[in-house]
Design a protein around this ligand. Structure first.
Ligand code: NCD
Ligand code: ZN
Length: 468
């Protein structure tokens, strides 16, 4: 029986290495065969990749889709159009929506909206608060891949459970092998400095960064790991921003704590100087750190095993909310967050082209590892026969410039506007179907499907690879 399609002449990237001269046959949306071109039979359509890289589909496990409730910022159609355009095949949505995703009913609500509107595959976290900390099991049964707790005040102002409630929730999550992820900042430190800076009249963009010092992240990482150690629970650090944080995670892993961590391209690309260059465009929480913290995040996070995965924290807001016409005006009048889905593959490919990141480690951190952490593996994040045929195709030679006008998100605000990339996503394939190619969306809203999720895997030993 012929394949529906086959992908030829790609350089196929997995965490184990890069293989040239391998063809992939696809049938009914799944990978049906991987092998030498002579071993793969006929196909209805043949896609010649002409030496480009084919990675297991990139997964962005930190996307603020904003729907339900804040569709003026973003919705499932625009966020997943941005994902497809950016080379992303699966997104995991954040629950700080209105209503927030905190019950089996609201989980079904967001799944329903996504099912109608998404262009790529999807999942959604549930949030844990004082109201629902004892609902871990029913929420997992409703289908969520894991949980989010907002320790630091951020958009949506969702209060965390208290430490007793959190410890109980951790024990429940441990019992069913589900992971709880955190916005890990100490809220009392943030509030103290924000108030003090406002009183003293510090309102330039970098004052926002300095009002959220590294110790706020370090304290939260340490406290979560202490609770997780006692509860024997899997925990995850979302958007880890500092070398200090990464060093603590490395120590936690060495102590046997089941902790995983994510960082975002902006913490690896920029330093806090970007606040003086681009202003509140780059305002985000946690903030972008100084060069020393950034360099140690590379060293201990990326090369030392402290960071497991890459995600964007794609956080769209309106131009008015960001006060985009006056990026250097009073930072306390602006809002935190910016879009990332359409620059993440370009920025990571650029790191690869600069020799700073082995391409197989990139595939591991941006596809395999998030799939394992959130219970989607091996259906997602592998190129195994029988799994979903999700591919991110990257031309490593294309030099291009981030241009806000080209973005598919409702929000065009990103500090990557004007940045130069080497390596571009050229084709996005979800379950065997091309969703984006030649600068055009190739599927309708509703193509994207809910990805079933299961148990989280443990925190694998820090990966050693070329350059480590
Ligand atoms: C996020 C948002 O806008 O929802 N903002 C941000 O600065 N990161 C919230 C978050 O992830 O903390
Ligand atoms: Zn956050």
């Amino acid at each position: 029986m012929a394949f529906d399609s086959k992908f030829e002449n790609g350089r196929v990237v997995t965490p184990d290495g890069v293989q040239s001269g391998v063809s992939i046959g696809v049938r009914d949306g799944a990978i049906a065969a991987v092998g030498a071109p002579s071993e793969i039979g006929a196909a209805d359509s043949v896609i010649d990749l002409d030496g480009q890289y084919l990675l297991p589909g990139v997964i962005d496990c930190h996307v603020h889709v904003r729907s339900p409730g804040y569709e003026h910022k973003e919705d499932w159609s625009t966020a997943t159009a941005a994902a497809a355009a950016g080379g992303v095949t699966t997104i995991l949505a954040m629950p700080n929506t209105d209503p927030m995703i905190d019950s089996p009913e609201t989980v079904q609500q967001v799944y329903g909206i996504a099912d109608e509107d998404a262009h790529v595959d999807f999942q959604s976290y549930a949030v844990l608060t004082s109201e629902n900390y004892d609902q871990v099991k029913p929420l997992a049964e409703a289908g969520v891949p894991g949980f989010k707790v907002f320790l630091g005040t951020t958009f949506g102002e969702i209060e965390p459970p208290d430490d007793g409630e959190l410890y109980a929730a951790m024990q429940d999550a441990a019992a069913i092998d589900r992971r709880i992820g955190f916005h890990e900042e100490n809220d009392e430190i943030l509030s103290f400095y924000e108030e003090q800076f406002k009183k003293e009249g510090h309102d330039d963009p970098i004052a926002h960064s300095h009002s959220r010092p590294v110790v706020a992240e370090a304290e939260a990482v340490s406290r979560i790991m202490l609770l997780a150690d006692h509860a024997d629970a899997p925990v995850h650090m979302f958007h880890l921003s500092s070398g200090t944080g990464a060093e603590l995670v490395v120590e936690g892993k060495a102590d046997g704590i089941n902790v995983t961590a994510e960082t975002c391209p902006h913490y690896l690309w920029f330093t806090e100087e970007v606040m003086n260059e681009k202003g509140n465009v780059a305002r985000v929480q946690p903030p972008i750190r100084d060069a020393d913290e950034r360099d140690r995040l590379w060293e201990t996070g990326i090369h030392g095993g402290g960071v497991d995965c890459i995600a964007t924290d794609h956080a769209p807001h309106t131009d008015a909310e960001k006060n985009i016409d006056e990026p250097f005006a009073d930072t306390w009048e602006s809002i935190s967050g910016f879009v990332g889905l359409e620059s993440e593959v370009g920025s990571m490919a650029t790191f690869v082209s600069e020799g700073r990141l082995p391409i197989e480690q990139w595939a591991y951190m941006h596809s395999t590892r998030p799939a394992q952490i959130w219970g989607l593996y091996p259906r997602k994040g592998s190129l195994q026969v029988g799994t979903d045929a999700d591919f991110t195709v990257v031309d490593p030679d294309v030099e291009w410039t981030g241009r806000k006008e080209a973005l598919h998100s409702k929000s065009k605000t990103t500090p990557f506007n004007g940045e130069e990339f080497v390596g571009k996503p050229t084709m996005t394939v979800v379950r065997g179907t091309v969703t984006y190619e030649d600068d055009a969306l190739a599927v309708e809203e509703g193509y994207g499907k809910l990805v079933p999720s299961g148990k989280t895997t443990s925190n694998a030993k820090p990966r050693s690879g070329p350059g480590n």
